[in-house]
Design a protein around this ligand. Structure first.
Ligand SMILES: [Zn+2]
Length: 272
C-alpha cells in the first residue's frame, strides 16, 4: 500500500485494538443486565460507529447481530424489544433475516449487510484457530475480510441460489495484479435461499487457484454511469478444488427416533 494512503493508519489502529464486529457486539451484550432492550444496545451505536466510521448502516448491523446471537442461542428474544442473555457458547446458525435491514437500504445493500453480518458472526479463519474474521474497510481493493491473527484475507461472494461456473469479481486491473502477484484472497462462496431465510451451501476455494487466465474482463461502464470507465471482471471458478464450510445436514437417527417415540408417548398421555 502506498505511503500516505489514508487506509493505513485507520487500519493499523483497528488492528491494534483487535475489535471485530463479533467482539464489539458480544462485549456490548456481556456488559448488559441479564434482561436488556434493543434500545440499550442501539444507544451504543456511537461507540460502534467509532470503530467502523465508514459503516453507514450501524443500526442495521446491530439488529442483524442481535438476530444472529439469538439464532446462535446466546440470547433469547422476550418480545417488545426485550432480550435475555443466556451466557452459553454460541452455536453455528445458518439463519438470516433480510427484513431487519429492509428499512435502511436498497435490495443489493440489504443482501450485503445481511450476508456480511452473518459471515462476521459465523465464519472463522480456515488457516489458524481464530474464531472470527474482521471486516476490512469498504474501499479495500479485492478483499472483504481478514483474520487478525494470521492476516489471511478472504473475499465473500453471496448469491440467492447457486453459483454457476463464474462469480463476479472486483475491478479488473487490481484483480489481475493480485492474481499475478499471488496475493489473491481466499474465496468464500455463500449460497443462500431467500425463501427460507437460510444459508444453504458455503464453500471455500483458495485464491491462488484463481490464475490470471481465469479473470475475464467485463465491458467498461459507459460514460453516463456513476462510475464511468470503471471495469469489473468475472472469475471462472469452474473445476477449482473447494472445501465445504456449510452443508444441509440430516439429524442423527437416534435423536430423531427418541424424539418421535417421546412425541408418541406424549400424545398417548393426552388421550388418557
Ligand atoms: Zn487466521
Amino acid at each position: 500500500m502506498r505511503a500516505g494512503d489514508t487506509l493505513v493508519p485507520y487500519y493499523e489502529s483497528m488492528k491494534q485494538r483487535q475489535l471485530t464486529w463479533k467482539r464489539l457486539i458480544e462485549d456490548a451484550v456481556a456488559t448488559m443486565p441479564v434482561t436488556f432492550s434493543l434500545s440499550d444496545v442501539l444507544a451504543k451505536r456511537e461507540a460502534f460507529a467509532k470503530h467502523y466510521p465508514q459503516n453507514r448502516f450501524v443500526d442495521a448491523k446491530i439488529r442483524q447481530s442481535l438476530q444472529i446471537l439469538r439464532n446462535q442461542g446466546t440470547i433469547q428474544f422476550l418480545g417488545n424489544g426485550l432480550y435475555r442473555r443466556l451466557d452459553v457458547s454460541p452455536r453455528f446458525s445458518p439463519l438470516i433475516d433480510e427484513t431487519l435491514a429492509a428499512q435502511y437500504a436498497g435490495a443489493t445493500q440489504i443482501a450485503r449487510i445481511v450476508l456480511e453480518t452473518w459471515a462476521e458472526l459465523n465464519l472463522y479463519c480456515l488457516r489458524c484457530d481464530a474464531d472470527a474474521l474482521d471486516r476490512l474497510p469498504e474501499n479495500t481493493p479485492v478483499a472483504d475480510f481478514e483474520c487478525l491473527s494470521c492476516t489471511t484475507r478472504y473475499q465473500l461472494k453471496a448469491k440467492n441460489g447457486r453459483f454457476g461456473t463464474t462469480v463476479s469479481g472486483a475491478a479488473y486491473a487490481p484483480t489481475v495484479k493480485a492474481s499475478s502477484e499471488g496475493s489473491m484472497p481466499e474465496y468464500v462462496l455463500v449460497e443462500y435461499d431467500r425463501r427460507f431465510s437460510t444459508v444453504v451451501f458455503v464453500d471455500a476455494l483458495p485464491g491462488r487457484s484463481i490464475t490470471p487466465e481465469r479473470i475475464i474482463p467485463r465491458r467498461k461502464l459507459s460514460a453516463s454511469a456513476r462510475r464511468a470507465g470503471w471495469q469489473g471482471c468475472n472469475i471462472n471458478i469452474d473445476g477449482i478444488d473447494r472445501v465445504a464450510i456449510v452443508r444441509p445436514a440430516g439429524i442423527a437417527q437416534e435423536l430423531v427416533r427418541s424424539e418421535w417415540l417421546a412425541m408418541l408417548a406424549r400424545s398417548t398421555d393426552e388421550r388418557c
